[in-house]
Design a protein around this ligand. Structure first.
Ligand code: BG6
Length: 313
């Protein structure tokens, strides 16, 4: 790890578990459980100097997922949350018997990068329309889990729709990501698939005994639950004999909303085209990304959305 002053490491003294968060994007870049295992993948070529969204850890995706869908918008893929420096909230750093943690926030007015032109978040449009928001990330670690809660507050005078994700890169031991017996996602039964690589899978509903694995090559799928089904709970195989549980839940104005799940791995061809990822590192990671997407939440002025991910490792 670099000694970059924008990286804060928080240790839960009672258990020895710890995490590190980079102020750029409020990106959690390390989560070590009490046995010392690193649970998050961080590319050895990741840019940690604020020149680019960080490749690894838990980048935050807001307010769009993927490239912009508004005609003429130049907002970069996955939005501006991961493209700006966040501020540590005064007095939020703590370390008690129960947990240790910290909170960071980003006001829209301080998001100077990544808003693009030609969309409701563009600087010019915001002045006209009264769109405004504040993002907060509460992070805490204890002896069994890492919890990250993204809070989106509508501080403006207009309602807005948004998508958000916690784009979690899980580290896979032994470079085993392509071995379906060691690396898989279990728990997406009943979710229907939107497949960005192989349209033959589009609309297929995963069965309850099915594990998703990375053997087809590049995998880039969104799993959406068709019925009202708010909480997501998956088991992720991350190497020989090692699995991690991840849970996620969301609420908008205190009402539960469905959580979808993206499964992504670039495989070799895409890896070779990524400047901040080495050719072979696709074997060392699997992205399992809970998200408020598929169903686009509407957030009214004065209201907030809360979106939680808990990793039990
Ligand atoms: C995933 C998307 O969430 O993120 C993929 O589904 C995308 O389509 C991947 O390639 C990585 O995105 P980025 O912008 O961090 O390279």
């Amino acid at each position: 790890m670099t000694d970059n002053a924008d990286i804060l490491t928080i240790t839960h003294s009672a258990s020895g578990a710890s995490f590190a968060v980079h102020k750029f994007g409020a990106t959690v870049i390390s989560y070590k459980s009490k046995d010392g295992r690193e649970n998050l993948f961080l590319s050895s070529s990741a840019k940690l100097d604020g020149s680019k969204a960080i490749r690894g850890g838990i980048p935050l995706v807001f307010p769009i997922f993927g490239p912009p869908t508004d005609a003429g918008s130049t907002m970069p893929q996955h939005g501006f949350a991961r493209q700006n420096m966040w501020t540590v909230k005064d007095g939020s750093k703590h370390d008690s018997d129960e947990h240790a943690g910290i909170s960071l926030s980003l006001n829209l007015a301080d998001a100077s990068a990544g808003r693009g032109d030609g969309n409701m978040w563009s600087v010019d449009n915001v002045k006209k329309d009264g769109t405004d928001c504040r993002l907060t990330l509460d992070i805490k670690v204890d002896g069994t889990s890492l919890t990250t809660i993204l809070i989106v507050e509508n501080t403006g005078s207009d309602a807005f729709n948004f998508n958000c994700l916690q784009h979690t890169y899980f580290a896979v031991d032994g470079s085993a990501a392509q071995d379906p017996t060691k690396c898989f996602v279990h728990g997406l039964g009943g979710y229907s698939c939107i497949d960005k690589i192989d349209s033959a899978n589009d609309g297929k509903v995963a069965s309850y005994d099915e594990d998703i694995d990375l053997t087809p090559g590049e995998v880039d799928r969104v799993y959406v639950h068709e019925e009202k089904h708010s909480a997501l709970g998956v088991k992720i195989g991350v190497g020989e004999g090692k699995a991690i549980k991840m849970e996620s839940m969301g609420e908008v104005d205190e009402s539960p909303v469905p959580v979808s799940c993206v499964v992504w791995n670039p495989h070799i061809k895409k890896a070779k085209g990524m400047g901040d990822f080495t050719d072979e590192q696709y074997k060392d990671m699997i992205c399992v990304e809970p998200g408020l997407l598929g169903h686009q939440p509407l957030l009214n002025p004065g209201k907030e959305a809360r979106f939680t991910q808990i990793i039990f490792a």
